[in-house]
Design a protein around this ligand. Sequence first.
Ligand code: SAH
Ligand code: DHB
Ligand code: MG
Length: 237
Amino acid sequence: MSQSPPSEKPPHMSQDEKWLAIDDYIVESFLEDDPTLSAAQAACDAAGFPAIQVAPLQGKLLMMLARALRARKILEVGTLGGYSTIWLARGLAEGGHVTTLELDPRHAEVAEQNFENAGLGGQVTVRVGPALESMAALHQDNAGPFDLVFIDADKPSTPDYFDWAVKLSRVGTLIVVDNVVREGAILAAQSDNKHVKGLRAFYARVAADPCVTATAFQTVGHKGHDGLAIVQVTQTP
Ligand code: SAH
Ligand code: DHB
Ligand code: MG
């Protein structure tokens, strides 16, 4: 009979407490104090923006993906105060540029100030307006192909952002999509919730698209239970 190993579970911790403690442990292990990002976040808080920016460890993933791709052109859909944008811009190759799309002029204004303060003013352009219109205009202007696209705006439009992202891509481009789990809400196949419907339509479109391959993973910690999808363009239509 095999003896079970001594339990190494921290005692008296609920599952949620454990996710948070592990998140803290990884942050303490792998992230350094970051006055630039702290200042950007403080400006977002002072402006009264909702705290829906990516978690620090997720921001760092975006930076590392950009570096791995040697990205020179990055597109972001949904700027808020530019927290994720700063991570993306830090991953740019020499001479590279981030274009970030934002509907709310107030958000764009705070973001632009944050980019200036971060010394990234020359590397980031905020385009104000509905992202679907901005993406159509970028396509019209031949602004692509982008090496990396991060989709993180209104969820009902996620499938349409994805379609535009593919049009603005090359073979090898990574399209990262935030909030693809929403505490499991995406399991509700019959849901009338427009966010859930949008995200499920995104999964279906990716699954049906012969030009891409995809993965997604669940995330837990201070942002709750959610997930990120990573889609790679494998061929042109
Ligand atoms: N990526 C940011 C968070 C973005 S929050 C970060 O991690 O730091 C989502 C943003 O999308 C909000 O600022 C919201 O104003 C913007 N948004 C919502 N609908 C939009 C639309 N139709 N076009 C462009 N931006 C939109
Ligand atoms: C919401 C939006 C996000 O992009 C996110 O990462 C978390 C929450 C929201 O609208 O509630
Ligand atoms: Mg998000």
